[in-house]
Design a protein around this ligand. Structure first.
Ligand SMILES: [Zn+2]
Length: 365
């Protein structure tokens, strides 16, 4: 892995914050091969709880990031560094918002701007200006863009993209939906972007292929840190909001490191509606930098309402059996391994599984 030179790091700093390099950029502390992306939706007290963080709690989180010495860098800078096998500063994070909600403009932006923190807004273009109290207008987005905020593609329609994926026109419709969003961003804001966030964080290998063919970087809503080893068509982000809006949850997220895992079948799977069990084989890579030699503390947790058994199969292989998958919706398997060098920190990997309703109809949330 190449190291960013001190000059490059300084330029990076100057480009995103202010003229004072932080201690890490001055070479006093380390560099990292990973970063963490945070995902927010609403920053408000009167929006749906599960996807919201209050203004007060948001400020508390930003204070916490500063106090703990985390560096917020632009998402594309982080992705570029990892793709080019370059070091990142230690404690690097990105801040992202999905859906371009009005509260990001009114409540989050002033706080972020005051602190000179970069962030990305993923825009589902059909919603813009459709409900002015809920979504930003194009002129508000233009103000963000002109202030240096990065704009990403979140599809035009914000549909559940895997719905009807067995029909002949599925791939074409999905390509058009993504392309339409790209055209709106270009026409309205003059923005061309490689950054694409899957609506609802739902993806499967066929959709990942479409994203890869379009030259896009895909972002999900499954938890985990990112590194050069992680699939760039399904980069994890830690959702922050609702029950996951506390500082302790934030701490867990920002201190996490990527657990390199190869899964069979590959991540992002749609389960048949009649199936209530799922089997997964995983291999944990050797590339856990200065990580533990032993995987004995590896633990995997299912989503609520399902049961999970983890069986060691030798030579870093494990079998995961998930049963009692009765409810339709998104299910996640989270696997963690304590980081022996950092108290309370975990290597983290998660797997997305989706189950349509009994009649094969896609669930609504
Ligand atoms: Zn969304």
């Amino acid at each position: 892995m190449k190291r960013l030179t001190a000059a490059t790091l300084l330029t990076l700093t100057l480009g995103c914050y202010d003229s004072t390099p932080s201690p890490a950029f001055a070479g006093e502390s380390g560099h990292a091969d990973h970063a963490v992306i945070l995902l927010y939706h609403h920053v408000a007290d009167d929006t749906p709880v599960s996807t919201s963080i209050s203004e007060e709690d948001f400020k508390t989180q930003l204070n916490h990031l500063e106090k703990k010495g985390f560096r917020v860098l632009p998402l594309s800078r982080i992705v570029n560094a990892l793709q080019n096998d370059e070091w990142l500063p230690d404690k690097t994070i990105a801040i992202t918002f999905d859906d371009a909600y009005t509260s990001v403009f009114t409540n989050a932006w002033p706080e972020l701007q005051r602190r000179k923190l970069p962030f990305t807004v993923f825009v589902n273009t059909a919603s813009i200006s459709s409900q002015p109290t809920t979504y930003m207008s194009w002129s508000q987005l233009e103000r963000l863009k002109n202030a240096g905020v990065s704009i990403g593609n979140h599809s035009h329609s914000h549909q559940h993209m895997l719905n009807h994926r067995d029909t002949p026109n599925w791939a074409e419709n999905i390509k058009q939906d993504i392309q339409q969003a790209a055209e709106h961003l270009q026409q309205q804001l003059g923005v061309t972007t490689q950054l694409f966030a899957y609506p609802y964080g739902e993806f499967d290998p066929a959709l990942q292929e479409i994203v890869a063919e379009a030259g896009l970087i895909g972002f999900g809503q499954h938890s985990g840190a990112i590194s050069a080893e992680v699939d760039f068509t399904a980069l994890p982000r830690f959702p922050i909001g609702g029950a996951y809006a506390s500082v302790s949850r934030l701490d867990t997220a920002i201190n996490s490191r990527p657990l390199p895992v190869k899964a069979e079948p590959a991540n992002g799977r749609v389960l048949s509606p009649d199936k209530t069990a799922f089997e997964l084989n995983i291999t944990v890579g050797q590339a856990v930098a200065d990580g533990p030699d032993s995987l004995s503390a590896l633990a995997c947790y299912p989503s609520a309402g399902t049961d999970l058994k983890l069986q060691p199969r030798g030579n870093r292989h494990f079998q995961i059996k998930l049963t009692d998958i009765t409810s339709a919706g998104r299910h996640k398997i989270n696997c963690t391994l304590p980081d022996p060098k950092h108290q309370g920190a975990y290597f983290w990997w998660s797997y997305l599984l989706m189950k349509p309703q009994d009649a094969g109809e896609w669930y609504q949330q």
